[in-house]
Design a protein around this ligand. Sequence first.
Ligand code: NIG
Ligand code: FE
Length: 421
Amino acid sequence: GIIRDAAVLIDGGVVTWVGRAAEASNAHPSVEFRPSGLVRGANIDGSLDARERADVAGTTLDVEVVEVVDVGGRALIPGFVDSHTHLVFGGDRADEFAARMAGRAYEAGGIRSTVAATRAATDDELRTRLATFVAELHAQGTTTFEIKSGYGLSVVDEERLVRLAREVTDEVTFLGAHVVPFEFREDPRFTAPDGAGTPEAAARAADAYVDLVVGEMLDACAPHARWVDAFCERGAFTPEQSRRVLEAGAAAGLGIRVHGNQLGHGGGVRLAVELGAASVDHCTYLDEADVAALAASGTVATLLPGVEFSTRQPYPDARRLIDAGVSVALASDCNPGSSFTSSLPFCIAVAVRDMGLTPAEALWASTAGGALALRRTDVGALRPGARADLVELDAPSHVHLAYRPGVPLVRRVWAAGELVA
Ligand code: NIG
Ligand code: FE
């Protein structure tokens, strides 16, 4: 919901109280609370933890205020939770994008050119790039973000990507099953006797690559990851191959997420639901059975409007999903091929304009929805006990995120109570 003339109290990086500023003032005659003011407090009572403090906040709060921040009547929203990115990679694919805008179709195979550039990059080059992306995310209000591997596709390179991702986030996803790399596709052991490029040869190469993914590659990557993912799509992996990867990942202690139904109808969504995935991402092409399966499940449908924008696919129908009772998240899918935006405000604008979400639903989907897709309860909402991840908008309300597309409305950003942008 929306609270007008609000105040937020923060202690130790955690929200301890949210409400009308006037009520906070009653508890603190010594402190002046302005409308939409934000107060950071400390030493409420050393014997109580954050949640207990919040419970007593309305009546007996005793805060030593160390900092008061006045946001001058602007909107304050939770930090965005971007539950789907691919931010560790080398190079870019601007030429491919330009060709696509001139009429060429998007194909999963483009991933392989980023694999070559990523393998050629040093750890420090990838790290520097990653730091730039993290700054970009913060500047646009994102305070929690997931990062997938998937541009290494060898044991050594996938391990490198999950390890580097883990340096900047707890939400790391092992996506060894992104596409089948060149060295498998062109290996004479799989191409003979039909020759490279036949469906039979491609299937043999994919099966052999999946053997590697569920074996040595998973062993090397699982210690750095929280999630396993597979690109279940024509041109990538079949539902059977995806199932092998996801079940092996789950057996190694990882939670399941799936790339499904991006380029056409297929079994990705149903597989995700059957395996109890936290989220199935893309959901661009859904039939009635897919929607019903999602609605009856605990799997979040994560929509990635940056992809449809940049590949000229039709936007997914978020309205249909919400009306059917599906939990919907919005994420950027930031990657050099299908969606090179790190901006959730941009995704919100598109989701409102073209996918049938209200501004409030789009804000929910990119904060609480993203948290649900990551099975997190500590982020994505401004409530007592939540991490103090706050975004001050240069606007009087969240509606402006969609109403003023392309305008940099993120004014200040706090992550766990610290100013990060
Ligand atoms: O989520 N769908 C698969 N993977 C990425 C695209 C990666 C690429 O084109 O490089 C995605 O869209
Ligand atoms: Fe993706």
